[in-house]
Design a protein around this ligand. Structure first.
Ligand code: FHN
Length: 452
């Protein structure tokens, strides 16, 4: 596909630029805060795992594979030539990017992260670097990311892309033992070639769909190092200074503690605990828990282990109360449909968020632990606003809560969803609230308390 002259120059530069270690662009704390502001305020995003792996949907010749990574790790079972033939069957006629963006928006999500290339190396975008992409290898024949980027922006959502460093289709990493792939190795003499391949693809992605976040993954093979990650981070921030990049661009995956904590600094703008919610937040550390709604990232026919909506809402609240973001995954079918069970949950979360989103967006972690639920907070007109998320509504209608230092003036409280006032007595020892007999919401009833 013909590319604008500017990109051609950029790609040419990339292709021949020596892999010198560009320094990470200097940034003051205030500049970093400005770059991270929308991401911190967002608190809630949609993760989308989609690709040719949706066709077999987790099963191969009668054998179940829990996840896409499992396939890769068991690639001895799946001859690459057979896997490649899947592309000729990938024709998502029901793909509706506008509907996907609306579903995310209505759920109360503020950003979308979609796989641009997973471990199988298949690109959902048009790239000059390989024919193993949706334009050249499938009957669908069109870029899938650009329309979704436009649809997200039309809904006021940020568009972001996932990118796997491990790529078992690229010859530098693949066919390392007689036609099978051993994805955790790379041919030493082809590592730099593969890094240039990645740099070119990432430059194309930035040019074609301008993602706000690059969400790296597949960084665990030993051949990829923290210095490699730092170089790639510097290269990308040079291309797009406002870009946000997770800690899996390097080796910081060990959760949020990987970010400038503990024994080593790891490169990346936020930590990435996966399928887990840290016990506590880490002051000053940005992090995001990525989690599935069932047990699978990609579409899986036989995975009906769907989490109840109550669990998903309380995960969101728990994460926000610890200062993190929740990246909740959907795995669309090969036809391009988000599973009904996912859509139902997104809608139910959206109903709760429509009434209570104020207690999530732009809040910061709780100043204290509570037994009956969680707490989030914000500063508003010089006052501290506490959002008491009551999971266990007191039978006697009396709720006690710790409190932060009180200024002079009245303490007011109300039910967030209805605005109905709540009686509150406040002292330095804490708050005593008298609640209506019935909880406004069986999953999480939020009380807004404004402190002087
Ligand atoms: O193997 C992948 C998996 O398929 C999924 O993409 C998750 C999402 O964070 N990352 C890897 C497993 O850690």
């Amino acid at each position: 596909m013909k590319r604008p002259a500017a990109l051609c120059c950029l790609l040419l530069l990339t292709a021949c630029a020596p892999l010198c270690a560009q320094p990470i662009p200097p940034e003051t704390p205030a500049q970093r805060d400005a770059r991270m502001e929308w991401w911190r305020d967002a608190r809630f995003g949609m993760f989308i795992h989609w690709g040719v792996y949706a066709i077999p949907g987790g099963e191969w010749e009668g054998k179940q594979y829990g996840g896409i990574a499992e396939w890769i790790m068991n690639s001895a079972d799946i001859p690459v030539d057979d896997y490649e033939r899947l592309a000729s069957r990938f024709n998502p006629a029901k793909y509706a990017p506008a509907a996907w963006a609306k579903a995310a928006k209505q759920a109360g999500m503020k950003y979308v992260v979609i796989t641009s290339k997973h471990h199988d190396g298949f690109c959902l975008f048009d790239t000059e670097t390989t024919e193993w992409d949706v334009v050249d290898a499938t009957p669908y024949g069109r870029d899938l990311l650009k329309p979704l980027a436009a649809a997200c922006r039309a809904e006021g959502l940020k568009f972001c892309t996932y990118y796997s460093i491990m790529d078992w289709h690229h010859p530098a990493q693949g066919k390392s033992d007689g036609g099978r792939y051993n994805p955790s190795t790379i041919k030493p003499d082809r590592k730099q070639e593969y890094i240039k391949y990645m740099e070119q693809q990432l430059a194309e992605l930035l040019d074609s769909c301008d993602p706000e976040v690059l969400w790296f993954d597949g960084e665990w093979p030993d051949w990829w190092t923290e210095p490699d990650g730092r170089r790639l981070y510097a290269y990308l921030r040079e291309l797009k200074p406002t870009l946000i990049i997770n800690n899996r661009v390097g080796k910081g995956r060990k959760g949020m503690e990987g970010l400038n904590k503990g024994d080593q600094e790891y490169v990346g703008d936020f930590g990435t605990p996966e399928q887990q919610i840290p016990a506590t937040g880490l002051p000053g550390v940005d992090w995001e828990s990525c989690m599935t709604m069932n047990d699978s990232w990609g579409f899986r026919r036989d995975d009906d282990n769907w989490k109840p909506t109550e669990t998903l809402i309380r995960n969101l609240v728990d994460i926000a109360s610890k200062g993190g973001n929740y990246l909740l995954n959907v795995g669309p079918t090969a036809d391009g449909e988000i599973p009904k069970a996912s859509l139902e949950r997104l809608q139910e979360i959206g109903h709760w968020m429509a009434k209570n989103g104020e207690s999530i967006y732009g809040t910061t972690s709780s100043p204290f632990p509570v037994e009956w639920g969680r707490c989030t907070q914000r500063q508003e007109d010089g006052k501290t606003v506490l959002y008491l998320h009551v999971f266990d509504w007191p039978a006697d209608g009396q709720l006690t809560s710790p409190v932060v230092a009180l200024g002079k003036g009245p303490v007011t409280a109300s039910l967030l969803a209805t605005g109905d006032p709540v009686q509150v007595q406040a002292s330095d020892e804490g708050l005593l609230l008298r609640l209506p007999a019935k909880a406004p919401d069986k999953v999480d009833s939020v009380i807004k308390v404004t402190l002087p």
